[in-house]
Design a protein around this ligand. Sequence first.
Ligand code: SIN
Length: 537
Amino acid sequence: MIPRYLVDVQLSELPVIEKDVIVIGAGIAGLFTAIRASEHHSVLMITKKSLLDSNTRYAQGGIAAVISDEDSPDYHSQDTLVAGAGLCSDEAVDVLVHEGPKGVRSLIKMGTQFDLENGEFALTKEGAHSQRRILHANGDATGFEIVRALSETAIANPQIEVWDDHFVIDLVTQDGECCGAIVQKPGGQRLFVKGKAVILSSGGAGQLYRYTTNPEVATGDGIAMAYRAGAYIQDVEFIQFHPTSLCYPGAPRFLISEAVRGEGAYLRNIKGERFMDRYHEQLELAPRDVVARAIVSEMEETRSTFVYIDITHESPDMVKHRFPTIYEYCLKYGLDLTSDWIPVAPAMHYMMGGVKTDLNGETNIKRLFACGEVSSTGVHGANRLASNSLSEAIVFGRRIVKRINELTELMTVPISDNEAERSSSSIQAVVEKRLKLQKIMVRYVGLRRDAKSLAKGLEELKRQLPIYQSILTEREEYEFANLLTCALLTTEAALSREESRGAHYREDFPLRDDEKWRKHTILHRLHGLTEERIKDA
Ligand code: SIN
């Protein structure tokens, strides 16, 4: 059993720091909510590395919102629901598509500069979007521009204190309410940080898989600590594999944006044949899960570890202007996007599930909010529509702050000391353990699963359970313990869902089963796995 706390501390003996709002994580969700919350509250923003180390920073494609006159919230909603494969919450999608433009205006007010064309926002298209509705910045560096603007704004704001290099180990709860967190300083000292609201914005768990577009910091800390604290964790079997990450010897799995296909790129197998017409009528712009599985089938058929993405038929000037980051990155490895076919393969990209929230971003634990990839608001269903994640973070971020503004101060925060039996650590190097976990996930809980492989994966993961009885002191150890929690939850949920839907593909149950499975899977530390039927609108 996963324990309530990762460490055995006497809370009453820890130094206490008090702020109104504690924000954990520094991507778009953390920065945006911190800036808005600072209008009425003192804010402490805690990041385990720096403001520049988040998944947001690597977002290329952009941010989806209804901006053009030819678009409408109904179209955006329809595209989101179709991609979500029957598992989206209609209300959450409604909120997203109607409040998205307002959120974009807030981002602009905070200093973000989106690309313009003839004085209007330049809008692109990605897979499964029926309209051009994706705003971008500096071509393919949207995330970087957002992080630049928001972190400059946050740093200049005296109401926001930023702690870099601090690790949040656990949330502190009392009588079903969250009253703060246990934080470890860079030198190892621990603190109790108290607040009237805590916002988890710590991103997803991309590091669950060996092949991922996510940075090293994406270790699922928020999901794991919320689970330990008693939050409901929803739909974590739905892992989105991005179809096209760079697959080249010596190069990291760098994202080759879907927008490259949106601007006309083809996929070709190693024989040079275009193949998407054999899989989907939308060809290269079919939903991500379809494209990713099609690529794997082609790789298997041609006994290759990659396919190619080819945009050499488009104008080199357009390619360089639209995709400067990708162009430069590929060039570092001797690959010229304007004249070479680029080898690509699918890689873990995004977690649709996470900490379950209501429409105000609040979890079942009062005063604990979740925003961005760590959360499961119901917007993404079984498969996220490209570029909906940045929009989700700002739309629900606004709502979270509104809700926090209504909260009264916690009058008292009685604290019970936690207690657990722990033996001294004899853990084998965590780097090695992390690698092993990533390989288990690729092998048994990947893009295509079945009962046998998932059960085997679960068995192998459970061998690592003794980590929870060890004394942990280092950031890498906490991260591994958190990744293991996320891996166990993902595998358990994937094993239970006996159907194929969106990003979850079971070879032993290849069809979608609405009668039995139009449900969310919900995991709770004490109640185990339960299911919740989707309410029809
Ligand atoms: C991409 O640029 O392909 C990624 C965008 C996203 O995942 O939303």
